[in-house]
Design a protein around this ligand. Structure first.
Ligand SMILES: [Zn+2]
Length: 236
């Protein structure tokens, strides 16, 4: 019997469709990256805390910040993604579908990126420490100074799909606090957010370290570094 488009799907087709739907659903669940606050503090590391403190610089919006903290603590930020120059999130509000928040951060100049990399590269103790996301406190000014990794108020803009949108709403505030919590876990996101390629950053740290070792070597013959020495130096 000939099948036309209106005929019932075959068993094979049904199976395939169901499989595709399951795959799509699984992919969706995996890509959601919610903010879960497990302790009283939103952020524990000094850089996460500094980020949260720094938010007060953006606020003529004092009333929104406490609401944002309450929202993020209740798990309202159901998804938060950070990429170059952009933070995207979904925040659960009063209606069923979460609101869409977008925060844009203007990129750092290439010159500024190089200055920051150089500063970090000479101060970070070992590469191992860095990739594990342990920033020494001496790097604090790299984050906080003008033109540092934390965006200045004029370099950041917000938008939200909620109806009571007024420059900063509680959903934006919750997202900003969510960023503080996320940075606790993945501090290198600071760099990607500001447009610094982390691989390039790691390369700069390595070459600075090697440079320092070569300078310390007192004889020309010692200027050849063995792989094992490099490995032990960086703890890789
Ligand atoms: Zn909103």
């Amino acid at each position: 019997m000939e099948r036309n488009e209106l005929s019932a799907p075959t068993e094979k087709e049904l199976k395939e469709n169901a499989q595709n739907t399951r795959k799509k659903a699984a992919a969706k669940v995996q890509t959601l990256h919610p903010i879960v606050i497990r302790s009283r503090q939103i952020a524990k590391s000094w850089w996460g805390k500094s980020w949260c403190d720094n938010l007060e610089r953006y606020a003529d919006f004092d009333t929104r910040l406490p609401r944002g903290r309450r929202y993020v603590r209740t798990g309202a930020v159901t998804d938060l993604q950070m990429k170059k120059g952009k933070i995207l999130s979904r925040v659960q509000g009063t209606r069923k579908t979460p609101y869409k928040v977008e925060i844009r951060i203007s990129p750092l100049s290439e010159q500024r990126i190089e200055q920051i990399m150089e500063k970090c590269g000479t101060r970070v103790e070992t590469l191992d420490k860095l990739v594990n996301g342990d920033f020494p406190k001496e790097l604090k000014d790299v984050f906080l100074e003008n033109g540092g990794l934390f965006p200045e108020p004029r370099g950041i803009s917000f938008s939200c799909s909620c109806p009571d949108w007024a420059v900063m709403c509680k959903h934006v505030a919750a997202t900003l606090y969510g960023v503080g919590a996320r940075l606790d876990e993945e501090p290198l996101l600071f760099f990607s957010l500001r447009g610094i390629d982390t691989n390039r950053f790691v390369d700069v740290v390595i070459s600075n370290r090697i440079e320092a070792m070569l300078q310390n070597a007192d004889k020309p013959s010692k200027r050849i570094l063995q792989d094992t020495q490099i490995e032990s130096l960086f703890g890789v």
